[in-house]
Design a binder for this molecule. Structure first.
Ligand code: M6R
Length: 607
């Protein structure tokens, strides 16, 4: 996720672009850049870090002009450097663009363009400028259309050409773009917030649309260059609502981001024909991978529950003994680690002090140390010898949601990669990948039940205690559901494996102590069912998570949330979503500060 702002009109573009970037900073802020046409030439400035760094750098520079483009970056391909910051240019310097998304086939395209093109960055985006360069024969829109026909991936794209100071091209496929309409001027933004100070009239581009904008008008076509009628909408949102894309909280937006970012996490990282994952960033030779006899997953909080899911995956798919350690415990118990141990540090922020310290300890003891991290260029990403970025995009709500599912997806791909070089069959690899491809769509089906889950949450809002139960690969999901509830509602809750209840916790049950039980159709279904019967016999209210088509679920509970079926090893990717929504809606019902719950911080950089 990155942020794009562009302007074409008669005002001085620079303040519009910089203020616009500040509004979009929530979309990523590892580097930023701006380019403005001045006397027929693009003048640009770039800087690493937040928009303030760019603004400071621009102090005293004369970037006057009425036609410009700006970008705030959330790195995916290529590290956090000025060279990798957008906008990017072609070889002539006349074409300039900002891109949000991922160009999956950028390596092939670069190879095809050959050595005559010089690249200044390591990004996937820059190849687009060079592709447009070769198709450009005087008509910028046509060149962009021809270039996009060659691209596999996602884009929110804005392109300018110094020979066409009254033409701006914008295109969308999978990454949002909004056009704001002023008086003989147009604004572009990744959301409406950069333009709300100037206009409320907007047009939302849809996937597969390319629009050509001059100061006087805009004309939109599809990828086949056929005109598309667009209608102008009057926007009611304030700036904060626009940043949240109309969702009342970042947490809800991030829960709803999951189908999209899940697709980003897996895209281009597997080969269906071979039933295998390819995670080049792991930076391990086949020989090194074969030498791994043990995996240790180190993390805190939500990341540690993703790690517990990863343990099931590594053991089941790759047959490698796997342990999970809470980072703050790992270093103080003199862990047995050697050169045949592969240690993963899992972290959304990549800055968690405990995880970082544990990884240093593992490195000191000679293990392979790798990261599974969201924030590109973060300390854990830099201090490990390789790893996997989870591509969840910025997660701003303190309570983690989309990072969990993308961590699980990254762990699955790792386990699959190791599995296929060990004992996992081609057929199982293929079955898994086919099922994984269906996950984003199945996530959407669950998200459509948000209103129903809200009603359930409101029904239980006066309860002061909850149990979350799960078994097998769903026990970590129960732990994560329980953590979400604690964090944002401040209600006491505990998670147990279903089979443990009778060993003590069952004593707590009463009609005032609801149990949220995960009973999806898997190899432990009958066992879990018996555990829920035990709960029912103690008259505790039951909220059941069951698989669509499970007719028997209604014998156990009245409050049931159904999820689509999937392979057992993938169930956490779906089952966690109703739990996230339940906590979210309950917190809203109680009037809690959902995005910034008390006593917590997003990034815990102290021990
Ligand atoms: O940035 P990290 O993933 O390393 O953070 C780890 C935990 O602090 C984090 O998951 C925390 O538990 C969240 N508040 C969970 O919602």
């Amino acid at each position: 996720m990155c942020g794009i702002v562009a302007y074409i009109g008669n005002k001085n573009a620079l303040p519009i672009l910089i203020n616009g970037l500040r509004r979009l900073e929530y979309r990523g802020y590892d580097s930023a850049g701006v380019a403005i046409l001045n006397n027929g030439e693009f003048l640009s400035a770039k800087s690493v870090g937040k928009i303030d760094n760019l603004a400071t750098k621009l102090n005293g520079q004369d970037l006057a002009g009425t036609y410009g483009i700006a970008h705030t970056r959330w790195a995916t391909h290529g590290g956090v450097t000025e060279a990798n910051a957008h906008p990017h240019a072609d070889c002539t310097g006349k074409i300039i663009l900002a891109h949000n998304g991922i160009i999956e086939n950028y390596r092939e395209l670069k190879e095809e363009l050959g050595a005559s093109h010089t690249y200044k960055s390591e990004t996937d985006s820059e190849v687009l400028a060079h592709l447009i360069e070769i198709y450009y024969k005087g008509d910028l829109r046509k060149a962009v259309l021809e270039a996009l026909a060659r691209v596999r991936g996602t884009y929110g794209l804005v392109v300018m050409h110094s020979d066409h100071p009254n033409t701006l091209i914008a295109a969308r496929m999978g990454s949002p773009l909004v056009v704001g309409i002023g008086d003989n001027e147009f604004y572009i933004g990744s959301d409406a917030s950069p333009m709300l100070a100037y206009t409320k009239k907007v047009i939302f581009l849809d996937d597969g649309e390319v629009t050509e904008i001059s100061r006087e008008q805009m004309n939109t076509v599809n990828l086949k260059d056929i005109n598309v009628a667009k209608h102008v909408e009057e926007i009611e949102w304030d700036e904060a609502q626009a940043q949240k894309q109309g969702f009342p909280h970042f947490m809800l937006k991030e829960i709803f981001d999951q189908p999209t970012v899940m697709a980003d996490a897996i895209r281009g990282r597997y080969n269906l024909a071979d039933g295998i994952a390819h995670l080049g960033g792991l930076n391990m030779s086949l020989e090194q991978m074969h030498s791994v006899k043990r995996v240790v997953l180190i993390a805190c909080g939500t990341a540690s529950y993703a790690a517990l899911v990863g343990k099931y995956m590594f053991e089941r798919l790759a047959g490698i003994p796997t342990e999970v350690d809470v980072a703050s415990e790992f270093r103080y118990r003199d862990p047995i680690i050697d050169s045949q141990t592969l240690v993963f540090g899992i972290s959304q922020s990549g800055e968690t002090a405990d995880t970082l310290a544990a990884l240093k300890e593992a490195k000191r003891k000679g293990a392979f140390v790798r990261g599974i991290v969201n924030v590109v260029g973060s300390t854990i990403a830099r201090e490990t010898d390789g790893g996997v970025y989870i591509h969840a995009g910025p997660e701003l709500a303190v309570a983690s949601s989309k990072a969990f599912t993308n961590m699980v997806a990254a762990l699955l791909l790792c386990a699959l990669q190791f599995g296929r070089i060990n004992k996992l069959t081609l057929a199982t690899g293929q079955r898994l990948l086919n099922a994984l491809q269906e996950i984003p769509e199945k996530m959407q089906i669950i998200l459509q039940q948000s209103d129903k889950i809200k009603e359930l949450a409101e029904k239980y809002q006066n309860c002061r205690d909850f149990f979350f139960l799960g078994r097998g690969i769903n026990f970590p999901v129960a732990l994560e559901g329980s953590l979400k509830l604690k964090e944002i509602t401040y209600i006491h809750s505990e998670a147990y494996p279903g089979g443990e209840m009778k060993h003590g916790p069952i004593a707590l049950l009463s009609p005032q102590f609801p149990v949220f039980a995960i009973m999806t159709k898997n190899q432990l279904y009958d066992k879990m069912r018996s555990n829920i019967e035990e709960v029912k016999a103690r008259h505790a209210p039951i909220i059941l998570l069951a698989t669509e088509g499970d007719d028997k679920a209604s014998e156990l509970a009245q409050d049931i949330i159904y999820v689509p079926p999937t392979m057992e090893v993938l169930e956490p990717l779906l089952n966690v979503i109703p739990l996230q929504l339940f906590s979210y809606h309950l917190a809203v019902a109680l009037g809690r500060d959902v995005d910034r719950p008390r006593n917590l911080a997003k990034s815990v950089t102290v021990e």
